[in-house]
Write a protein that binds this ligand. Sequence first.
Ligand code: AKB
Length: 340
Amino acid sequence: MSRKPVVLVTGAAGEVGNGLIHHLTKSAQYDVVALDLKGLHTVSGSCAARIEGDILDRRLLERLVSEFEIHAIFHLAALLSTRSEFTPATAHEVNVTGTLNLLELAVEQSRWHGERVRFLFPSSIAVYGLPDLATKAEAGPVPESEHTEPTTMYGCNKLYCEHLGRYYARHYRQLAVDRERGGIDFRAIRFPGLISAYTVPHGGTSDYAPEMIHAAARGEPYECFVREDTRIPFMAMPDAIDALLALMQAPSARLSTPTYNVAAYSPTAGEFAKLVRDAFPSASIAFVPDLRRQAIVDSWPAEVDDARARADWGFAPKYDVTRTFEEYLLPNIKQRYATR
Ligand code: AKB
């Protein structure tokens, strides 16, 4: 029985998933299987299948092996940093055991069709843990190898899964007599805060930027939960999706590491608020720091060094902060709320 060669996207109904599937199906280069717990009706594009299910459901994953020939996986399903702090054990289950389940699925798939499965994993700036603001200020653009001491369950999960992916790609069954070669081609991107014109994230600690602009577009007052001087890296969602697609398509020989930093700009929360007020003069924005969430964001770098991504696979964000507002956010976000 022939199975359809497909690309599997988990977390398909999420912020990144929605945009990624739109691009994947538009190119018609891939048949896409969209998997998420719920919300798949929001996924645009003609998917080969939309499956509502849990990445912790091993019987469901076995069914995927029997029905599809999976050649690439974008594993986007995760609980983000703030939400994970309220349910750390559940976050570990979803973020780590869920990822382990998908890696096992990829190995099984590779056994069946004999090719390496490209496994794209969205890691995060949350894997970094700067110990204090003085160190954060002195650190400058942080490279992949420094300050990887996360202070959140989510950051620990993401850092561990980077190593888990590297293990499955390079050391899996290393003591077996019939050691299988290279079932998985694991590639990870440490994303900064992501800003979408179409969706607002839930449960993240970088959410203040997208929340602020969407509140202004809706004409609602916004209380920002971090200080005005808070600085971390951000990126427009289209650049995040382009980065995932570029890394997936990069020849393995070009890649010097499994995990890459990417970023585009690092405004302070106050600078972001000025851009929002310039765009929405009646915007009501107050800074009311939540000291516990503030401590998380203060442990994340102000900037990351993405030189490796630029050198190895040509990462080059299209949107700086000005273009993000003028060409991406404002025209789309105004239209989004005008039709509401
Ligand atoms: C979060 O805030 O948890 C995420 C992230 C920075 O990975 N948006």
